[in-house]
Design a protein around this ligand. Structure first.
Ligand code: EPZ
Length: 422
């Protein structure tokens, strides 16, 4: 298993290009199952999760070609030849559940392995299943798989009222509703930019959708969809992660392709902590306003609130702030596994349930630490960039799921960072 070696090396200055969004691409790719015609995705990120989704779609009979060094994905599902999403692929990546809605909508039947939990929580899929049942699907859970069937071969429009906001369940319902007979209204829908991106792509394919980005999305089902070409929206989580690099180290970095509307609540917390975020014609420029970072409180919420996927990275910044910060994790039940690793670097963090209290220290000290999940891994790298001495982050396969070329992007701004083949 590879590791990443980071040496604290002072301020970072330069430009970091932001890639296409992993979590948009993972819901856009299954849209190929909704049509016989070709779907082309540009600005696709080069990540192991994308490779996993490619493997899954190919196992169902889709053709997926990665062109231009993987930045363009050419997908086509002339015919779904296998309607079973196998456990061995699904267990590697929870987003695999997003093939359920499209297969059911296209052919009226599907068998998808339950994804199982992951490090940050149980991650049930009950809301995905409730949505599809509301649309008429008969679901039978047995031997770890969901066996789904639409009576008469076609889902029907329905009111889908989510008790809590779920990004994935909203995406599954949206994908399925495009071909259902009649009108679907999704209430308490997720409002994330990735949902808006999916709706815009589906509309380009001929879907009739209104309200994406609000809590109520209305879809008028159609009989078939066309192919389309769609550019994947910029990755707001990668963006927020790299905005934190100059915040934690000092210096000034421009994140190319970054948009303030993608990171509003996060940028507001950075501003409160003493970090200036300026829109430029090509992205977002970030620098500390003066001296030390100030402690701030953070509560994670569904978009447009502070994203849970930036909580670990923000904690790394607040470990070196002056004062005491309180971070509340309201989305997942176990998303503070980076805290004990940061403590090995001298951070002072008390975790009680979903609340972490961080008492800032002047400097962190390099140490050997272990990545436990995707966003925790990059939080440890950020801490290592600011720490005195050397930090070695192990199990960086987590990192490769969501960040392309992280060493190159940071080295280009003066970071001392390298990968140790393991
Ligand atoms: C998506 O996961 C993202 N993944 C996650 O990013 C992100 O953290 C999460 O949304 C929240 O923003 C992808 O888009 C591939 P949810 P998802 O359904 O859809 C509970 C990363 O680092 N829930 O919005 O799985 C769930 O347990 C990943 O890129 C149910 O109870 O998240 C959680 O507590 C990590 N039943 C809450 O809802 C369900 O059927 C929000 O989960 C579904 C979810």
């Amino acid at each position: 298993m590879d590791s990443i070696l980071v040496r604290g090396n002072g301020a970072l200055n330069g430009v970091i290009p932001i890639a296409g969004a992993k979590n948009a691409c993972l819901t856009l790719m299954p849209a190929t199952l909704l049509t016989e015609e070709p779907l082309t995705l540009t600005n696709a990120p080069r990540l192991s999760d994308i490779a996993t989704m490619t493997q899954l779609l190919r196992s169902l009979g889709a053709e997926v070609a990665a062109l231009q060094d993987g930045q363009v994905l050419a997908l086509s599902s002339h015919k779904i030849t296998n309607h079973t999403a196998d456990y061995d692929i699904v267990r590697k990546m929870r987003a695999s559940i997003l093939v359920l809605g499209p297969m059911l909508a296209r052919d009226g039947h599907a068998v998808v392995s339950l994804p199982g939990g992951c490090a940050i929580g149980a991650r049930p899929v009950d809301l995905h299943l409730k949505a599809l049942e509301a649309m008429g699907a008969d679901l039978d859970l047995r031997d770890g798989y969901v066996h789904a069937r639409a009576p008469g071969g076609r889902l029907k429009g329905a009111v889908v009222d989510f008790p809590i906001v779920s990004v994935g369940a909203t995406e599954n319902a949206l994908l399925a509703a495009t071909l259902a007979k009649g009108t679907t209204e999704i209430r308490n829908a997720a409002r994330e930019p990735e949902i808006v991106d999916l709706a815009q792509c589906l509309r380009r394919m001929g879907a009739q959708i209104e309200g994406e980005g609000t809590s109520t999305i209305t879809i008028q089902g159609v009989d078939r969809l066309n192919g389309a070409t769609h550019r994947v929206v910029a990755d707001r989580i990668e963006l927020g992660t790299y905005m934190l690099a100059p915040a934690i180290c000092g210096g000034e970095v421009e994140c190319l392709g970054g948009r303030l509307d993608l990171v509003g609540a996060f940028a507001e917390r950075l501003d409160a902590a003493g970090v200036s975020v300026t829109e430029t014609p090509t992205g977002l420029k970030v620098a500390r306003r003066n001296g030390r970072i100030s402690a701030v409180n953070v509560t994670t919420e569904p978009f447009p609130g502070f994203p849970t996927d930036l909580q670990a990275q923000m904690m790394a910044l607040l470990c070196t702030a002056s004062g005491v910060s309180v971070l509340e994790e309201k989305i997942f039940e176990n998303r503070f596994m980076h805290a004990p690793e940061l403590a090995r670097m001298g951070a002072r963090i008390d975790v009680h349930g979903g609340t972490a209290t961080v008492t800032g220290v002047e400097t962190l000290r390099g140490a050997r630490v272990m990545a436990t999940d995707l966003r925790a891994s990059v939080s440890l790298i950020l801490a290592g960039l600011a720490a005195e001495g050397e930090t070695v982050v192990s199990r960086v396969y987590h990192l490769d799921r969501g960040y392309e070329k992280v060493e190159e992007k940071l080295r280009a701004c003066g970071a001392q960072i390298e990968r140790i083949k393991g």
